[in-house]
Design a binder for this molecule. Structure first.
Ligand code: GDP
Ligand code: MG
Length: 435
């Protein structure tokens, strides 16, 4: 898709000026490209109409070429089509929270039950995995293996009635202090009435807080009809899009949200249990466009970054004198540029991925700010000084926990290391020091 789009835009670039006819021509190619990437035809049409409407007659910014401007609009519309913001799990305050995983056979339900379990555990929850796929003994075994790898207990009752198992699992969770119950259900190769009836019965029996439809992103056009059927029958609350590490063209992501109205909450990016990420609509849009969103980033960076300050900062990196005080300045500057997730997702070269592993979100940013502000100038300049008793003082002063202080120091270390890599002589840094 990205190749096609680039080709379409190359034509625009050659023209230099943006009129109705240019936009229409480019959009025809965008539409074909989307269809080729297995985007549902209705969705593609809707998309093209929205972009055309915005692009024709839009004031051309001096700083952007017409082609860049169309790219910007296509990019923005792609993001909004995929839900705009990152969508999180809804975990009610009263436990246990029930998450029901459903989807076709092989889509990744069992694997992603384990991934979610591991993630939630790392966030301080006490999840329980439940084997509701009872048709093959191997399926139960698979969940047990996954549970063991994730360090999350598995509840199973052999090949019994899945509805009963789900109910019993809830009781078990209450008795054992599990605040989250993840139901791994059975799938079939195709939508089938018996299976749907079973899933509906489980839903009725336990009233899940989240019904996540697991969709293999490699299934292309089919993803739309699968999503539609499951949503009609079960009223799903979100989607987990798996196998995004493969050679997928992104069409599924584009269509699913538009067709169901339900957000994609997670993306699966590999077979290992750590290969789970929040779904970033902007990152996916960039993937589809194939340009790491560098364009937008340059723009924002240019307007927001004080050049002198940036020079001073670069100097510090070169001399390896970056400290927590500087981190604070950087964070505040980045804050002015948009949400942290937006920014991280725009960093090229996979750095965004490395950092998002630390699960940065904006609330955490405020916490980071509070922690650094509770340090003395000396501590900010020399983080190595921060011993356990200082940590306790800083935690108390910032209303956080010692673990939070530790995490921040670790993040700082990672950040310094990354920056060292990028300020190595001979290797040109890109655009701004943070990267
Ligand atoms: P289920 O039938 O829906 O429970 O699917 P499974 O969880 O058993 O997954 C089916 C296959 O897909 C397994 O071989 C998994 O290792 C693989 N798989 C699941 N998720 C991903 C992913 O995100 N990326 C890759 N590459 N493989 C995955
Ligand atoms: Mg399974």
């Amino acid at each position: 898709l990205s190749e096609k789009l680039s080709a379409a835009f190359k034509k625009l670039k050659q023209k230099g000026k943006l009129g109705e006819k240019d936009v229409k021509t480019a959009m025809r190619e965008v539409r074909l490209a989307l269809l080729e990437a297995d985007v549902n035809y209705k969705v593609a049409k809707q998309f093209v109409d929205a972009v055309t409407e915005r692009a024709v007659g839009a004031a051309v910014f001096e700083s952007l070429t017409p082609a860049q401007q169309v790219i910007k609009i296509v990019h923005e519309e792609l993001i909004s089509l995929m839900g705009g913001e990152v969508s999180r799990l809804h975990i009610p305050s009263k436990p246990p929270c029930v998450i029901m995983m459903c989807g076709l056979q092989g889509s990744g339900k069992t694997t992603h039950s384990g991934k979610l379990g591991k993630l939630l555990k790392s966030q301080g929850h006490r999840p329980l995995l439940v084997a509701c796929d009872v048709y093959r003994p191997a399926a139960i075994k698979q969940l047990q293996v996954v549970g063991e790898q994730a360090g999350v207990p598995v509840f199973e009752m052999g090949q019994g009635d899945p509805v009963e198992i789900a109910k019993k699992a809830l009781g078990h969770a209450k008795d054992h202090g599990n605040d989250i119950v993840i139901l791994d259900t059975a799938g079939r190769l195709h939508i089938d009435e018996a299976l749907m009836a079973e899933l509906a019965a489980i839903k009725a029996a336990v009233g899940p807080d989240e019904i996540l439809l697991v969709i293999d992103s490699m299934t292309g056009q089919d993803a739309v009809s699968v999503a539609e059927s499951f949503n009609q029958l079960l009223e799903i609350t979100g989607v987990v899009l798996t196998k995004l590490d493969g050679d997928t063209r992104g069409g599924a992501a584009l269509s699913v949200k538009a067709v169901t109205g339900k957000p994609i909450k997670f993306s699966g990016t590999g077979e290992k249990l750590d290969d789970l990420e929040p779904f970033y609509p902007d990152r996916m849009a960039s993937r589809i466009l194939g340009m790491g969103d560098v364009l937008t980033f340059i723009e924002k960076a240019q307007t927001q970054f004080d050049e002198k300050q940036q020079k001073a900062m670069e100097e510090k990196f070169r001399k390896n004198k970056f400290d927590l005080e500087d981190m604070l300045v950087q964070l505040d500057q980045m804050r002015n540029m948009g949400s942290l997730q937006q920014i991280v997702s725009m960093l090229p070269g996979g750095i965004g991925n490395k950092l998002s592993g630390a699960d940065l979100d904006d609330r955490q940013m405020d916490q980071v700010r509070a922690i650094i502000c509770s340090m003395t100038p000396e501590e900010r300049a020399k983080p190595k000084l921060i011993n356990p008793s200082r940590k306790r003082r800083i935690a108390a002063g910032s209303g956080t926990r010692v673990e939070d202080v530790n995490r921040l120091l670790k993040q700082f270390e990672t950040m310094s290391k990354l920056m060292k890599q990028f300020s190595r002589p001979g290797k040109r840094r890109r655009m701004m020091p943070f990267m």
